[in-house]
Design a protein around this ligand. Structure first.
Ligand SMILES: *Cc1c(COP(=O)(O)O)cnc(C)c1O
Length: 390
């Protein structure tokens, strides 16, 4: 018995080291990592460039606090602004913190406009985190149960329902922002098509609302673009990042542009650890490696290869509802709960996840190779066929 608080139903395995797309347990058994620690290990495991960058930074300085200038943070903010077209960056340590900052910004924005009770439109099946405000924004009653009273100031619409959003705009003058994921991760790999993204941008412009994109899971090259919103050529007013940004070193970011920029001043928000030199060094090296090694093109290519391979291997399988995704963010929706697949995959040496009860979720490192993709299909397809008894 350990003293770990019981917040996770953990699988009975512990990994001692990793190499590229593979993790090794304490007995030496190897596992193909098609999950990346939930979209975190962008560069896979033991990537030489990342290891070197972290070691070099650790030998210089780990942490100084935001009471002083941090040149690496300035460099990273320039880099992220350049990649996204956003203007300002606030650094924190996780996705929920990045989203907390976004929600606080939306409220500040509303109050500046004279809106007394600012309201944010959020989506069904959304996931934004576990802090009180982000839990309240999350569209999952199970995650919220037991933690009432929730934070007020959110109204919910079905994902991608532009008409519902327009209707709220007509009746509710307190709305200040719309917050959403371009590809819902925890919600089951649900994709906001480009038409919806452009329509949403237009409604936000017309109503002077902030468009807040939670790119915590779908950002940092995973969908084949740096950010999920770039596929439609729209730009949000606020964007949040975390998970894949530091490739395993915790770092989060909340970016603003246009009417969302310049809202916070000293004293409005902060983070002790946020954007410390170690985390920024890891993020800078992650971004540089994605660029130098063409990992976004790889994500697109390998993602297609995995989907094609699965479609072929599962052809004629009646219980397969859909195989979908963008880049290396892939969901296989089945017609029944399939949580048991996670343990079965582990047995065969494959790391996957099941979300929204019926969706097998794949989030491999962006360094995944064609060979890894074929191995993944070869390991996974028979398990799905067996579950569906076909
Ligand atoms: C994981 C996730 C979060 C929460 O991130 P944490 O780092 O766990 O706080 C928020 N939004 C999305 C879309 C996520 O996938």
């Amino acid at each position: 018995m350990s003293h770990i608080m019981n917040t996770y139903a953990r699988l009975p395995v512990a990994f001692s080291h990793g190499e590229g797309s593979w993790l090794f347990d304490e007995t030496g058994k190897r596992y193909l990592d098609a999950l990346s620690g939930i979209a975190v290990s962008t560069l896979g495991h033991n990537h030489p460039r990342l290891v070197r960058a972290i070691a070099q930074q650790a030998a210089c300085v780990l942490h100084t606090s935001n009471l002083y200038r941090i040149p690496l943070q300035e460099e990273l903010s320039d880099r992220l602004a350049g990649l996204s077209g956003m203007d300002e960056v606030f650094f924190c340590n996780s996705g929920c913190e990045a989203n907390e900052a976004a929600i606080k910004l939306a409220r500040m924005f509303g109050h500046r406009k004279g809106v007394e009770v600012p309201t944010v439109i959020v989506m069904e099946n959304a996931f934004h985190g576990r802090t009180m405000a982000t839990l309240s924004a999350t569209g999952n009653r199970k995650a919220q149960a037991g933690f009432e009273p929730l934070v007020a100031g959110f109204v919910r619409v079905p994902y991608k329902d532009i008409e519902a959003i327009r209707r709220i705009g007509e009746h509710n003058g307190s709305v200040v922002a719309v917050m959403l994921e371009m590809v819902q991760g925890e919600g089951g790999i649900n994709i906001a098509d480009e038409t919806f993204q452009r329509e949403l941008r237009a409604v936000c412009d017309e109503r002077e609302w902030l468009m807040i994109c939670d790119e915590v899971q779908c950002g940092i090259g995973r969908t084949g673009h740096w950010f999920g919103f770039q596929r439609a050529g729209v730009k949000p007013d606020v964007m949040t990042l975390a998970k894949g940004l530091g490739s395993g070193v915790p770092i989060g970011a909340c970016l603003t542009s246009g009417r969302a920029a310049g809202l916070f001043g000293p004293g409005n928000h902060g983070s002790t650890f946020g954007g410390n030199p170690l985390a920024c060094a890891a993020a800078l090296e992650t971004l540089a490696t994605i660029e130098d090694d063409g990992l976004m093109v790889n994500a697109e290519k390998i993602g297609e290869s995995i989907k094609t391979g699965l479609r072929e291997a599962l052809a004629g399988c009646v219980g397969v509802v859909d195989i979908r995704g963008r880049g290396l963010m892939i969901g296989i929706e089945l017609d029944r709960p399939c949580g048991v697949l996670v343990g079965q995959a582990l047995e065969t040496g494959l790391l996957i996840n099941v979300t929204a009860e019926r969706v097998v979720r794949l989030l491999p490192p962006l360094t995944f190779s064609e060979q890894d993709a074929q191995k993944l299909v070869a390991l996974l397809a028979p398990l799905i066929r067996k579950l569906l008894d076909q």
